[in-house]
Design a protein around this ligand. Structure first.
Ligand code: ADP
Length: 223
């Protein structure tokens, strides 16, 4: 699903990623870990085409991203559901309208959109809260709305950047269980996190970044 071949990323003189190689197979779930500044967000941005590599190749869903035309970028991004630490919900929109936003942008009609939003809310256990504003929800529930919004377009790949950063251990476990459920129905999942306690309890491979280089013990993810 994702392949990095000898990827380097420099911001001015700063090396953010150095000779990065890894392969996340279709349908796999993995963690991306490393200290602050190790290059995790940069790696996710390259997958989203929010940044371009200085050299090397990024391949997503069999597509070499350097070959994509500007007009193909929105379709590429629709394959990917993004989950953030601070969920970035619109606080004056209802839960329903927050989740419906990506569908509105994609031009869905109201009936199809309603059906999909409710299916997404059902998957994260928030169907009965669709009319509420995010501020009356708990932080775990707000994060679940963020996840519903990420999966409402039925993406092939979920990318999450510190999705449990603001949550206590019990809620973090619950959120990870949700990602595992999506993974079990075939969605590929890559989660950037430095919650080592949580990662070590789960049976998924770990890509470890250290100052822009993949390090640590040999991982099944490395080529
Ligand atoms: P992480 O997500 O692991 O904290 P980042 O990918 O955000 O790491 O950052 C990797 C390195 O690249 C850091 O040294 C950071 O300061 C630098 N960096 C990230 N984005 C930029 C940018 N837009 N301009 C300059 N340097 C950047």
């Amino acid at each position: 699903m994702i392949r990095f071949e000898q990827v380097n990323k420099k911001y001015h003189d700063k090396n953010a990623l150095v000779n990065t190689n890894f392969h996340l197979r279709r349908g796999d779930m993995a963690f991306l870990t490393g200290h602050s500044g190790a290059g995790k967000s940069t790696l996710l941005k390259l997958i989203m085409l929010m940044e371009r590599p200085s050299s090397g190749k990024v391949i997503v869903d069999r597509q070499d991203l350097s070959q994509l035309k500007r007009t193909q970028v929105p379709a590429h991004r629709r394959k990917i559901g993004l989950v953030f630490q601070n969920h970035q919900l619109l606080m004056d929109y209802s839960v329903f309208d927050n989740v419906a936003l990506p569908l509105k942008i994609s031009g869905y009609n109201e009936r199809d959109s309603g059906r999909r939003v409710r299916a997404a809310l059902d998957k994260v256990g928030l169907l009965e809260k669709e009319r509420l504003l995010p501020q009356v929800l708990s932080s775990g529930e707000q994060q679940r709305v963020g996840i519903a919004r990420a999966i409402v377009n039925k993406p092939k790949l979920i990318l999450a950047d510190e999705p449990t950063g603001n949550l206590d251990p019990a809620l973090s476990t619950e959120i990870m269980r949700l990602f595992q459920q999506f993974n079990q129905v075939g969605v590929s999942v890559l989660i950037a996190s430095h919650d080592l306690g949580l990662i070590q309890r789960l049976p998924h491979p770990v890509i470890q970044l250290d100052q822009g280089r993949i390090s640590g013990p040999p991982s099944v993810m490395r080529q």
